[in-house]
Design a protein around this ligand. Structure first.
Ligand code: ZN
Length: 256
């Protein structure tokens, strides 16, 4: 993997965002293997599918690329709020690749967020544009990366270092069971999974998890049995080998 973006690729364009887009897309098409199946490359999408920049000819996974000069671990600005929520509810999101590049055009960070780690919880509605704006009253959104469990943020390049491909594939494969959950139950699972991540690799108790009852009740106002739901998600996470039950209401995340 050559981490340098090729400036010659963008020279036909004058608009900065277009230059960045062609340079970063060119880089991905020439350097990235498919993080899902390991196929040696991902190809630029030839169809006009909205929000899909690449696909893997082998496993048919779709990818969207977003690039930023300033790397931000907590938030990334995205396009329309309604379109985002619709794609989550329609289970039609591509995997998201987020690239951070340096001022001298090196790929410094590249993160994969599998499509099944998106839920309404991590999408923040932005303020509508002013009535005088070109797109009056349009509402964009932010993706709150800090509300996504670390297992759903797979680094491909981290601080200028390439992560071994075998590690990427292994990290992806240990979370694929989450994609099998229905959309509604996946929302709960992701929320509880994210909450367990604040305990890092220390043990935590059911009582500690219950302390998030009000937060979860606000996210799921129709559910009146929050504690039951928490216990159920912990069982699902154990079944997925993502946490361990140590007995007597004590749990631990499995960190690999
Ligand atoms: Zn693939």
């Amino acid at each position: 993997m050559n981490l340098k973006l090729d400036p010659a690729i963008g020279c036909r364009y004058t608009n900065t965002s277009q230059i960045v887009r062609v340079m970063t897309e060119h880089w991905c098409a020439n350097n990235l293997s498919c993080p899902v199946c390991g196929h040696h490359k991902i190809s630029q999408n030839q169809n006009n599918t909205p929000a899909v920049d690449f696909n893997c000819r082998e496993c048919k996974s779709n990818y969207q690329l977003k690039s930023r000069k300033l790397w931000n671990n907590s938030t990334i600005t995205d396009a329309g709020y309604e379109a985002m929520i619709k794609s989550i509810k329609g289970n039609s999101r591509p995997h998201l690749l987020i690239m951070g590049y340096t001022t001298d055009s090196y790929v410094n960070n590249l993160m994969l967020i599998p499509y099944f780690f998106f839920s309404e919880t991590c999408i923040q509605k932005r303020k509508p544009l002013s009535p005088n704006a070109k797109r009056a009253n349009w509402v964009g959104c932010n993706i709150k990366l800090d509300l996504i469990a670390p297992e759903g943020k797979i680094m491909i390049v981290e601080n200028g270092n390439e992560i071994p491909h075998s590690k990427i594939i292994q990290q992806y494969s240990r979370i694929t069971g989450i994609a099998e959950f229905s959309l509604e139950s996946r929302g709960w699972l992701l929320d509880v999974f994210h909450l367990t991540s604040q305990y890092g690799n220390r043990e935590f108790t059911l009582r500690e998890m219950y302390s998030h009852e009000a937060y979860l009740a606000a996210l799921h106002p129709d559910n009146k049995h929050i504690k039951d739901k928490i216990r159920q998600q912990l069982q699902y996470l154990r079944d997925q080998n993502l946490i361990e039950f140590l007995g007597r209401g004590v749990y631990k995340r499995r960190i690999e």
